[in-house]
Design a protein around this ligand. Sequence first.
Ligand code: SF4
Length: 82
Amino acid sequence: MDQHIHCIVNDCHYWKNGNKCAANEILVATDSFGADNPEEIDAQMATQLTPQSAGNCMTTCCKTFVPKDSKYAGIDDVKKTQ
Ligand code: SF4
């Protein structure tokens, strides 16, 4: 399946023109999971993580987000595709 992730968060390392995500994979999580876990915990570990309920879109986040020019870009082994 040809999948596209659209994203309007333009201060992310993986964001690109056209409001697209250029990460080869992402992890969407609850806000609390994002707050409680370090940058290294991300998409590559997804199959080992315990699913959680969020309730609504206000309590989910993109765990793969990392600010542009951050020293943490790539620490989670997520790659830019283009
Ligand atoms: S990693 Fe997440 S926040 Fe960053 S561009 Fe992709 S979807 Fe958006």
